[in-house]
Design a protein around this ligand. Structure first.
Ligand code: NDP
Length: 343
C-alpha cells in the first residue's frame, strides 16, 4: 500500500490511469479530484527469486493520500484511507501486504488498528528498510574510505522506527552520535542510557549538521534544511517523501545518496508499467525497502507481521531479513540520487 510523494507523480499517474489516448487532465483538476478516488490496485507486479525461480505475484494499492496531506492535521482522513487500502488488499486476496512509507507512520506501525477480520497480514517493511540503510552507509564508507569507528554520525528521526534501528546499529560502532527529533523528551527517554558511543540529543539539526561526517535522514518530514556541511560529508536520505531540501546544499561538495532502496536481481515486471518516471529511480529493478520486505516474506512463505509497532526492530531481525533478501537476489540498490546513478 502506498502513496505519492510529489504532485508531479500524481499528475503523471492520473493521466496514465486515463490512458494515453485521452486528453490530459489539467493539474488543477487533478489536485481537486485526487482525494476522492477510492483505494485501488493500480498495477500488478511479478518478481522471480534467483534462488529457485519461484515467481510471486503482487500488486500496488494506491491510497490516494495527496502529497500535501502527509501531515498530522490530516491524520483522521489518512487513517481512513489506509483502512480502505487494507480492505482493498484483503479483497484482492493478498496473504501479505506492506504498509509503505506514510501508511505505516499514520498508524504508528500498529497493524492492530486496521479493521478486524481481514485475512491479509500487514508488515511495515521497516526492518528491511533499516537493514538496507545500514548497508548503504557501510558500503558508501568503504567506497569513500571513511572509517565508521572514527566518524560522527547524525541520525535525523532518531526516535522513529527506522531511525532508532539505525541508532542501535551504530551505537558502539561510531565515534560520536547526534540524535535528532523534534520531541527532546522522547529522545531523552529513549537514549539516556545509550552506551558505547558519545551521544548528543537535540531538536536542532542546524546546530550540529556542520560537525557530521555521516548524516542519515529517516524522519517523517520533508524540507529539512542542512547548512554548512563539511566537504565530503556522506548524506543518506531514506525518507519517503524525501527529507532533505537539496536546494540548501552544495551536492558537488558532499556525497548525497538516497537510502533504504533495494534492487531485484531476478526478473521483475510491472503491468501495466506505470512506474517510471513516477518514482525517479534509475532502474525498473529498484524498489522501496518496505515494499521488498513483503516480497521477501512471500518468497519465504512467512505470512506474518514481521515488522510492526515502533522501536521493535532488533539487529538480529535486520540481519535475518537481509540474509533472506540476499538469498532471493534482493540486494541494496546501487548508489543513486536526484541526478541518477552515483559513481
Ligand atoms: P516514524 O514515524 O516512526 O519516525 C519519524 C521520526 O522522524 C521520529 O523520530 C520523529 O520524531 C522524527 N521527525 C519528524 N519530523 C522531524 C523533523 N522536522 N526534524 C527532525 N525529526 C523529525 O517513521 P518511520 O521510521 O516509519 O519512517 C521514517 C522515514 O522513512 C519516513 O520518511 C518514511 O516514509 C521513510 N520510509 C522509507 C522507506 C524506504 O523504502 N526507503 C520505507 C519506509 C519508510 P519527532 O516527531 O519527535 O520529531
Amino acid at each position: 500500500l502506498g502513496h505519492q510523494e510529489r504532485w508531479e507523480n500524481v499528475y503523471a499517474m492520473v493521466n496514465q490511469m486515463r490512458g494515453s489516448q485521452t486528453n490530459q487532465v489539467v493539474e488543477e483538476e487533478i489536485r481537486y479530484i485526487f482525494p476522492f478516488f477510492p483505494a485501488r490496485s493500480l498495477f500488478k507486479i511479478d518478481v522471480t527469486s534467483t534462488l529457485n525461480n519461484k515467481k510471486i505475484t503482487g500488486c500496488y494499492v494506491e491510497t490516494f493520500i495527496g502529497p500535501d496531506s502527509l501531515v498530522s492535521i490530516h491524520l483522521k482522513e489518512n487513517i481512513q484511507k489506509v483502512k480502505e487500502a487494507a480492505f482493498c488488499a484483503n479483497t484482492l486476496g493478498a496473504p501479505i501486504a506492506t504498509l509503505g512509507g506514510f501508511t505505516s507512520i499514520v498508524l504508528e506501525g500498529q497493524t492492530k488498528l486496521l479493521p478486524a477480520g481481514l485475512q491479509t497480514v500487514f508488515t511495515t517493511g521497516n526492518t528491511l528498510t533499516a537493514a538496507f540503510i545500514v548497508q548503504n552507509v557501510k558500503d558508501a564508507c568503504q567506497v569513500l574510505d571513511k572509517d565508521i569507528s572514527q566518524s560522527h554520525i547524525i541520525v535525523i528521526g532518531a526516535t522513529g522506527d527506522i531511525g532508532s534501528a539505525c541508532v542501535n546499529y551504530f551505537a558502539g560502532k561510531s565515534a560520536q552520535l547526534t540524535l535528532v527529533a523534534r520531541n527532546k523528551r522522547k529522545l531523552f527517554e529513549s537514549y539516556h542510557d545509550l552506551s558505547g558511543t558519545a551521544c548528543t540529543i537535540t531538536d536542532s539539526v542546524e546546530e550540529y549538521a556542520s560537525e557530521g561526517d555521516i548524516i542519515i535522514a529517516a524522519a517523517s518530514s520533508s524540507s529539512i534544511q542542512l547548512h554548512n556541511l563539511k566537504t565530503g560529508t556522506l548524506v543518506i536520505d531514506a525518507g519517503y517523501p524525501k527529507n532533505i531540501d537539496i536546494t540548501c546544499i552544495d551536492t558537488s561538495k558532499i556525497h548525497f545518496l538516497y537510502g533504504g532502496m533495494g534492487y531485484v536481481c531476478g526478473n521483475i515486471h510491472f503491468y501495466p508499467d506505470y512506474r517510471l518516471p513516477l518514482y525517479h529511480v534509475p532502474s525498473r529493478k529498484i524498489a522501496h525497502g518496505c515494499i521488498l520486505e513483503a516480497v521477501v516474506l512471500a518468497f519465504e512463505n512467512k505470512h506474518y507481521a514481521y515488522s510492526q509497532g515502533r522501536g521493535q526492530i532488533t539487529l538480529e531481525k535486520m540481519e535475518e531479513i537481509l540474509l533472506w533478501a540476499n538469498k532471493h537476489g534482493i540486494i541494496p540498490a546501487p548508489f543513486y540520487n536526484h541526478q541518477g546513478l552515483w559513481s
